[in-house]
Ligand binder design. Structure first.
Ligand SMILES: O=c1[nH]c(=O)c2[nH]c(=O)[nH]c2[nH]1
Length: 326
């Protein structure tokens, strides 16, 4: 899947590209601070997260002119070893007392800037490593999530990224990006794809109804980047809530295409969260190919197979103007 989740700050005109860092830093924390008091939305039952088990896959990227001599003059003065960066990040997960991925990245970034004056700017990103709750029976015959045992999950994961620079009043978030990545959804019926360009190269048959399989990354940016930290939980957008909007819209809308579905999801996200400035999508079409249809005369019953290799994709960004045009 193509994904552009890292919003790499471009070098200024006439400046060279220069940064270094560490990626794939897997870290886990038990009994992190719970996320509470999130504002709920109609599409989602999510109202918080215990954070009993928090897993992160972290990436760090440092910038600073002092690092030029490391390249040009083979002079390692001021060079912070990427191995040290890893240790630093791991340590900070024990120090952070907040409840969000973005909050942890911001906290850690500020600690880096404090410890190493040669760093001019730092980008920190993390994919949350997903774990599912598992129901266990209670004494009164119900089921409730185990407080101790979690299932390692292959499902979608939350994403956060902050880019911190040194401002006049200390470190500041210059950019942030939050998201949910690798959300994979299948709708058995109730999606069409027709009326596209037909010419001598077109072989794909039009479908009034298809079994649609998409994978999606959804990213969002806050009008005020500080809102990504979750310090005011009512202004925080939880990845679980955006995930739930996506599947609720998929369920509700008889989409004409993935493009159409993306637009509907984007509108709903912007409507529910006025604190967001924009929403960005990267979708992949994984739709299976029908090999048998209308089995026993029932048009809902199909046999499908994996699609051939080339995969279609859609990239799309939306902002509040799209909502106001409605
Ligand atoms: O929803 C879709 N959008 C497309 O652009 C496309 N192209 C294609 O071959 N199938 C699909 N499906």
């Amino acid at each position: 899947m193509t994904t552009n989740k890292h919003r790499e700050p471009e070098p200024e005109e006439g400046e060279r590209l220069m940064n270094y860092g560490k990626e794939k830093i897997g870290i886990y924390r038990t009994y992190a601070t719970p996320l509470e008091n999130v504002r709920t939305i109609p599409e989602s039952s999510f109202d918080g997260r215990d954070n009993t088990l928090l897993g992160l896959d972290v990436r760090i990227r440092l910038e600073g002119d002092k690092f030029f001599k490391n390249f040009k003059e083979a002079d390692n003065t001021d060079l912070v070893a990427t191995d040290t960066m890893k240790n630093f990040v791991q340590y900070q997960l024990g120090e952070y007392d907040g409840a969000t991925v973005e909050g942890f990245l911001d906290f850690t970034g500020r600690e880096f800037l404090d410890q190493y004056p040669q760093i001019e700017a730092i980008q920190l990103s993390a994919d949350q490593i997903p774990f599912d709750e598992l129901d266990v029976p209670t004494d009164d015959g119900d089921f409730e999530p185990s407080e101790l045992v979690f299932r390692v999950s292959q499902n979608e994961s939350g994403f956060g990224e902050v880019y911190l620079t040194r401002g006049d009043d200390g470190p500041q978030i210059e950019e942030q990006n939050s998201g949910i990545t690798d959300l994979q959804l299948v709708k058995v019926k109730g999606s069409s794809f027709t009326d596209y360009v037909q010419d001598e190269h077109t072989t794909l048959p039009e479908r009034e109804d298809r079994t649609l399989y998409i994978s999606m990354d959804i990213f969002w940016n806050y009008e005020d980047p500080e809102d990504c930290l979750g310090e005011e939980p009512q202004r925080y957008v939880a990845p679980e809530q955006v995930r739930d909007i996506a599947h609720v819209m998929f369920d509700e809308v008889y989409s004409q295409s993935i493009q159409d579905l993306i637009y509907q999801v984007g509108l709903r996200v912007l409507e529910r969260f006025p604190q967001l400035e924009s929403v960005n999508f990267e979708a992949n079409n994984q739709t299976w190919i029908a090999v048998r249809e209308e089995i026993d005369g029932d048009e809902d019953v199909r046999v499908l197979r994996e699609p051939a290799r080339p995969t279609g994709y859609q990239q799309f960004s939306m902002d509040r103007d799209d909502l106001e045009e409605q």
